[in-house]
Write a protein that binds this ligand. Sequence first.
Ligand SMILES: [Zn+2]
Ligand SMILES: [Zn+2]
Length: 129
Amino acid sequence: MDYYTVSGIIEKNDMRMWMVNPELMCSKHLLGEHVELHMLAGCLQRGKNIDGFLKGGLVDPSLLHVRHEALVREMEKRGYQHRSPIENCDYPLIKGDVDVQANVVELSSRCEDCRALFDEAGRTHVDSI
Ligand SMILES: [Zn+2]
Ligand SMILES: [Zn+2]
């Protein structure tokens, strides 16, 4: 199963909530995380085991909906259309533990565009939903 985005194919096991301030993410990472939120919702709805993602600090299902709203708001500000609501769901939204500061460091090393936005904003403003 492949997931296509404007940036290409996202590996199916690369499911990650960055939880970095959406305003400070480049569009590639903004849209990428959005797709991954839908993947996470799909996994939860199908009752898939996501322990590995939880243990790895990659996702926080308890923030799935609020994070989705935040990303969509920023996507719409940038002119992207959004037609993929995450349905209200009856699965338990387990609390995860995502280290936002570590993700800022990770994104900075992976992506010049994100790094430029972080540097411009100053490191203290990067970690809001
Ligand atoms: Zn969506
Ligand atoms: Zn980026």
